[in-house]
Design a binder for this molecule. Structure first.
Ligand code: PGA
Length: 256
């Protein structure tokens, strides 16, 4: 864990739940349960169309921050189907997930990820940049892949803005599969990502970037992954739709 920076737990609801009333119910449930927990930064990222209902359900409690699963880099204009940062900020969104593998699979490139990160930083929000390999190989090529993703995402990002950057290591083979990376794998990758960032900015600045893990994180494995994986938090998909389990994950990062 980084000195003076709390761990971060992000709930990525993806394209769930199925109705606005269910999203409001979940938003209210999290508000109730999270208000008693401190020392952890919690972000809930519903589909954009549900941001208003979750924003209302959360009310002014600020027991969690709101996140978006994507944003366009432009302020406004002819971008059919997109949502801009000023629109998201109207609903108090402060974290944006960028380059999730499910979006990269639809054609989101490293260049686009970088453009989005620069726009997110400029808007005063925090970007959660997702990186991850499709599979692991014995030759260690997956490490070069991760290094390239991190370096390309950070092009033109000033070192003074690094506290607005989070890197989420999400190996594709672990997402939604029930097969999480081992704590040793996670620890190795966390150190590796920090080294890549240190090589660009120097160690002190690199310490501002939280490196979190995502991929089949559950109430059952969170504590071990946090303690032995030494990560700064988690990006949680499936389990973030179940309040009981999500809270268990949040509680698991209070101590190491
Ligand atoms: P998962 O998803 O927790 O369901 O594996 C993680 C993610 O895709 O962010």
């Amino acid at each position: 864990m980084k000195t003076g920076i709390p761990p971060l737990i992000v709930g990525n609801w993806k394209m769930n739940p199925q109705s606005v009333s269910l999203s409001a119910k979940l938003g209210a449930e999290f508000k109730k349960r999270l208000s008693a927990i401190s020392g952890v930064d919690v972000v809930v990222a519903p589909p954009s169309i549900y941001l208003e209902s979750v924003h209302r359900a959360r009310n002014s409690s600020k027991s969690y921050a709101l996140g978006a699963q994507n944003a366009h880099f432009a302020q406004l204009g002819a971008h059919t189907g997109e949502v801009s940062l000023p629109m998201l900020k109207d609903f108090d969104v402060s974290y944006i997930i960028i380059g999730h593998s499910e979006r990269r699979a639809l054609g989101e490139t490293d260049v686009l990820v970088n453009e989005k990160l620069l726009a997110v930083i400029k808007a005063g929000c925090t970007g959660i940049v997702c990186v991850g390999e499709l599979k692991r190989d014995h030759g260690g090529h997956y490490l070069s892949h991760i290094e390239a993703q991190v370096r390309k995402a950070l092009v033109k990002v000033s070192r003074t803005k690094l506290s607005q950057v989070v890197v989420a290591y999400e190996p594709l083979w672990a997402i939604g599969t029930g097969k999480n990376a081992t704590p040793a794998d996670i620890y190795e990758m966390k150190l590796f990502i920090e080294k890549v960032i240190s090589d660009i900015y120097g160690r002190n600045y690199a310490q501002k970037v939280r490196v979190i893990y995502g991929g089949s994180v559950s109430g059952k494995n969170a504590q071990e992954l946090f303690v032995d994986g030494m990560v700064d938090g988690f990006l949680v998909g499936g389990a973030s739709l179940h309040p009981e389990e999500f809270i268990q994950i949040v509680k698991s990062v209070r101590e190491r």
